[in-house]
Design a protein around this ligand. Structure first.
Ligand SMILES: Nc1ncnc2c1ncn2[C@@H]1O[C@H](COP(=O)(O)OP(=O)(O)OP(=O)(O)O)[C@@H](O)[C@H]1O
Ligand SMILES: [Mg+2]
Length: 317
């Protein structure tokens, strides 16, 4: 028996969310906004928090600075039931994103800080022995982790841990990840449609799937927003599962991370890929029923109730 179901390895930052901005910022001028929220950001943190809410035992591996933002990240993860024993406190400041909200649109500015520094040598080696499964996310926001990706994957393999990977979007759009050598070491690859096409340099989903298929470790799930998800197995079989459509979306922030949290939580329980996919589609849909990435994930009971009341389904967890 391993101590953790999942070790989430990824980026950590705070979000400084500014609302009610009177007009766009201009160089040389000072302007006001009406409201500010400072909160735990980062897509891997949404994943970890929601997987913990769904009942998985989760620890987080990420780097923060020795500063108040680092404290905020740490206490916020703990409040969500995520073990912070393996957080690394480095000498670079904690990352932060300033999110300027303009009605439906947002302008974000990110200082990566500590997240960009963490490499394989910073990670406590016990993590790989203590976790059944390693979830890696937001690779292109973490140049240290991207550089050391093979070391991380090899340590997981040496300890018999399965691996999931969601690269997320590459803000620099260089897509410097050698998927031909990386994907064979990944048990579950979790891109969205656009990311898969960008990574493979293809123009349509069919060609993108064809490009990665020979290299899949075991399976891939392509997230397709309100169209649902497509499960692709190493043997080439495919299963499209329509979304449990929410026609009254509050917002879709973190829907992909919530999908991952459901899929991986089902996976570590030994469920079939189809059951994992259905669970992922459900948790993705649940995400859209409340504000932000974690709003709907207060407890497994609450998630169970939303699945039943809003989507007429039992969640398998
Ligand atoms: N409107 C919706 N109604 C129901 N389910 C949805 C809706 N939008 C998304 N989902 C579910 O959430 C899953 C993940 O969403 P999406 O495809 O947007 O992921 P993503 O692009 O990785 O998102 P993120 O921006 O969070 O990284 C989808 O596969 C789908 O099952
Ligand atoms: Mg995503």
């Amino acid at each position: 028996m391993k101590k953790y179901d999942i070790a989430a390895i990824g980026e950590l930052n705070v979000d400084i969310i500014l609302n009610g901005i009177e007009s766009e910022p201009e160089i040389g001028k000072e302007k006001f906004c009406k409201d500010m929220v400072v909160t735990l950001g980062s897509s891997t943190a949404i994943f970890a928090a929601n997987a913990a809410a769904l009942g998985s035992k989760v620890c987080f591996v990420g780097m923060v600075g020795r500063d108040p933002f680092g404290e905020l990240v740490c206490t916020s993860l703990q409040a969500k039931g995520v073990d912070t024993k393996y957080l690394i406190h480095g000498n670079t400041p904690t990352g932060a994103t300033i999110c300027m909200n303009y009605d439906e649109d947002r302008a974000n500015l990110t200082y990566q800080g500590a997240m960009d520094v963490m490499g394989f040598d910073d990670i406590a080696p016990e993590v790989f022995a203590e976790a059944k499964h390693i979830h890696l996310s937001s690779l292109f926001m973490q140049s240290g982790l991207l550089r050391d990706i093979h070391k991380v994957l090899d340590a997981a393999a040496a300890n018999g841990a399965t691996v999931s990977l969601d690269t997320q979007w590459d803000p620099m759009e260089t897509w410097k990840l050698d998927y031909k050598t990386v994907l064979p070491k990944v048990t579950v690859f979790l891109p969205n449609e656009k990311e898969l096409q960008a990574l493979t340099g293809t123009k349509d989903l069919k060609s993108a799937i064809g490009a990665v298929l020979p290299y899949l470790g075991d399976m891939m799930v392509v997230k397709c927003g309100s169209k649902g998800s497509l499960l692709v197995r190493k043997d080439g079989s495919r299963k499209l599962l329509d979304a449990f459509l929410n026609t009254e979306v509050v917002d879709a922030i973190g829907a992909g991370d919530s999908f991952n949290s459901g899929f991986v939580s089902a996976f570590v329980k030994g469920m079939s890929p189809e059951e994992c996919q259905e669970t992922g589609n459900l948790t993705g849909a649940v995400n859209t029923t409340a504000a932000g990435g974690t709003g709907a994930f207060t407890s497994l009971e609450a998630v169970r109730k939303v699945c039943k009341d809003r989507f007429g389904r039992e969640i398998a967890l």
